[in-house]
Each structure stands twice: as structure tokens, then as C-alpha cells.
Write a protein that binds this ligand. Sequence first.
Ligand code: NAD
Ligand code: UGA
Length: 473
Amino acid sequence: MKYKIKSICCIGAGYVGGPTMAVIADKCPNVVVEVVDVNKERIDDWNNENFDKLPVYEPGLSEIIKRCRNRNLFFSTLIEDKIRNADMVFISVNTPTKTKGVGAGKASDLKWVEACARQVAKFAKGHTIVVEKSTLPVRTAEVIKSILESSEKNSLTESNDSSFDVLSNPEFLSEGTAINDLVNPDRILIGGEKEDAIEALCDVYRNWVSEEKILKTNVWSSELAKLTANAFLAQRISSINSISALCEETGADVREVSRAIGSDSRIGSKFLQSGPGFGGSCFKKDILNLVYLSEFFGLPEVATFWEGVVKLNNWHQKRISKLVVKKLFGTVANKKITILGFAFKANTNDTRESSAIPICKDLIEEGAILKIHDPKVDPNQISRDLGKEQKKEKDLAKEGDWIFEKNIKSACLDSDALIILTEWSDYSQIDWIEIENVMRKPSWIFDSRSVIDPKDFVKSNLNVWRVGDGSIL
Ligand code: NAD
Ligand code: UGA
């Protein structure tokens, strides 16, 4: 083999860089893995002695960090140094939607990726394989390559013996199941031109992934496949959420419809769970990126088709806050409403694009007093997401205020309604008699995640709404 990888540098210590490099270090004890970031606070958290304080919560992650940290896995802000010593550099930085300039609101902002390419160009020594791990628009590898190639001829770079290969290796992990997804991936996708570079990356994955799961494509197919995978997954959720609204009007039950269609092996059963709308940092941004690319390449029909997935999701989130107001006699002003779950899905502390954000904002706007519970989300994060500090003196909370509650029962005290927005397992074990006793009457339970069992409510006086359940008309 031409290139044998002994040292890896990953730029970006976020939800992808941290867990992905932890698994690589765990599975490849002979490779030194250096994770670097400009965010010192984040790096300090990765190095925290208290494993509950790691910046990313993922089941199984802290055990791996315990095993590998300071053995062959290191977290630091020494970006230049670590690039210099690496045989392979992963770019795993954020690629959010642009907020201004050309393509604002749709195109991905590549300024962080470009900054990385320039740093690699400047500091790398010898031959370096640069791997795109971030999700990127089609043909970004070309941009990275041209920056790197111009440095090969540039006297300002540190080393005059540098040369590069660029590979695309998108990540398909889901938050909440990231470690299992990394350890047992459905596939590893590698897009590239040069066989030697592809072989070097395959060799890293071969430590734990079987050969038939490693797919090799050209760079552009690999980049486009990542955007397409997310677009297809999000499209399924918008499809089933659209049907949930129809179920509520017609007496059908969306869970029964999902089971019935999911049994068709051509459709399959996964990603058919109706909820409060999809959240997470990627679905919306990646679809909007696809919309932008389609428009850019003169394909407006394709752009409109995919934009519909995001529009339906926005409408569905609004639908939920509107129906809560409607059921509570048309006003929530000064009424206490308990919010169970703020993360965008269970088993993560991530709130990026969580449906809880627009739903809570709508209710605050309507004057409700929100009592928010989440087992993993930091209340400071909720303040940032809602653009509003929580009321510190709980008893003085008034119209439009919110407070954070650590305990589910006290979160329900005197509430008119309770809304389940994240499917944390704790919420499926709630004693509803106990909750009924502390809520104000008439009390409403809104379950947007199908975590409650309607049978538990037969003997109670609680009013129940479940997403897509037309049988409770
Ligand atoms: P993140 O925001 O959690 O982490 C990115 C990190 O990169 C930040 O800590 C930031 O400080 C750092 N960074 C930015 N520019 C830098 C620079 N020039 N030098 C050093 N550090 C820099 O983002 P994430 O969720 O890990 O996502 C990263 C990429 O992976 C995105 O393109 C995303 O679309 C993709 N992705 C994310 C997921 C997911 O589940 N979060 C899954 C698959 C793919
Ligand atoms: C998603 C993809 O599943 C990953 O393959 C991809 O790597 C990642 O995006 C990415 O590129 O960032 P993630 O956003 O972490 O992963 O989580 P998902 O499990 O896909 O859930 C996304 C949203 O859809 C959540 O809000 C979830 O609650 C919702 N969802 C999911 C539903 O409402 N119903 C479902 O049936 C499934």
C-alpha cells in the first residue's frame, strides 16, 4: 500500500468530529487521532475529568472517551501543529445555511470549510490526504482541491514538499444513536479519484467494517448521495406528518396507517413515525442546499419539489401550536403549560432546529407561562434558543415567561396542559393519576410523539390529543 495512515487530524470537535474520531481511535489503536477546534471552551469540555460534562451527550460515548483519551485520542486547539504532523486530515466543521449574500437562506455557508482548506494548504507537510467529512454541496471538493493545488506552487506555505489528495467521505450517523451507527454502519461511502488515497482511507475503516459495506464512487456522486439521503429521510417524515393531519380529520390513526404501509417491503417501516416535525441541524439545511443547487443548475421543478418537504414541516409545527390554543378555549394567556422535552429527538442534548423552539415561541407569543423539562438540555441553551432568559423567581412568572423544571411532577403543578415534544423514555413511564391530581381542571395532554398509551387514560378525566389520532374526535 502506498500510503499507510499513522496520524489523523480532525478539524472540528462537534457532534460529528468528536464521536467519529473517538470510534476511529478506539478501533485503530495504532493510529494517533488529534481532534482540533478553534473553540477552546469546547476542547476544554472534551478534556473534562467529569465525563458527564463532555460537550456532546451520546449513549456509549463517555466509555470510549475514557478508554482512548490521552492514549491515542487527543483534543486540543493546536491546529497548525496537528495539521503538520498528520497523514490524513478530516474536515468536520459546520456548514450552516448562509444568512446573507448570494444564496442566503438556502445555500450552505462554506467559509469555515474554505478556512480549513487554507490552513491545511499552509501547514501540511509531505503528502496529506484531505477528507471531506462535513456535508457539502456537490463540487466542493473542486474548491478544496484548487486551494490546495495553488499552495503546492506557493512560496508562502511552510513546506515546499507538500502534495494532496481530496476524498469525500460523508457521515451518516444519527444523533442519539451515533456510537452504534459508527460502529455498525450500513455503509461507508468514499468518493475519490486516486486509487492510492481511497485505499488508505478504506484501510482505516477495514479495522472494523467489512469490505462489502465500503462503497466507492466518484467524488460528485458521494457528495450528492449525502444530500439525497437526508432529503429522502426528511421527505418520509413530511409525508407521514401530512397524513397525520388527514387522520385527525377522518377518524383514521396514523400509527395504524404507518404500520399498514410500512409492511410493504417496497416502502419499509422506518422513518414513518409522525411527530412534531423534523428538527436537527441537518435535514432543513441540506434540503435547502439541494433546492439552491437545483435552482442554480436551472431546474426549478426539482427545486420546488424538495422545497415542499421543508414547507410542510414548517406548517406542521405551526399546526401543533395552533391546535393547543384552540383546545384551550382559544386562549393560553396566563395559563401554565408544561413542555416535556426540548431536544430535537431523544438521547441527545442537541436542540438545533428542534420543533420545540417554534412551538414554544408561538405559545410564549400567545401569553402562556411555560414550564420546560428536559433530562439533558442545559437551561442556558433553552434561553439562547427562545431568545429569552427564564424567570428566576418561579412564583412571579407571568404572561409570556418560561421556567426550567428538573422534576416532571413539579413541572405539571397547576398546569392547564402538558405537551410532549421529545420521545424521552421517562415520559412513557409517567403515572398519569399522579399528574392529573396536580394539574388544573380541565386538563389537556398533547402527545406529539406517541409515547403515551391511551388505555392509561380510560379512567382519568384528562383530555388527550395524540398526533394523527382521529379516533379521539
Ligand atoms: P458542530 O457545529 O457541532 O461542530 C463543528 C465544529 O467545527 C465547531 O466546534 C467549530 O468551532 C469548529 N470549527 C469551525 N471552523 C473551524 C476552523 N476553521 N478550525 C477549527 N475548528 C473549526 O457541527 P456538527 O454537527 O459536528 O456538523 C459538522 C458537519 O457534519 C456539518 O457539515 C454537518 O452537516 C455534518 N453532519 C452532521 C451530523 C450530525 O448529526 N450533527 C451528521 C452527519 C453529518
Ligand atoms: C439525520 C440522518 O438520520 C442521519 O443519517 C444524518 O447523518 C444526519 O441527519 C445528518 O446529516 O446530520 P439526525 O438529524 O441526527 O440524523 O436524527 P434523525 O433520527 O434523522 O431525526 C431527525 C428528526 O426527524 C428528529 O427531529 C426526529 O425526531 C424526526 N423523526 C425521525 C420523526 O419525526 N419521525 C421519524 O420516523 C424519524
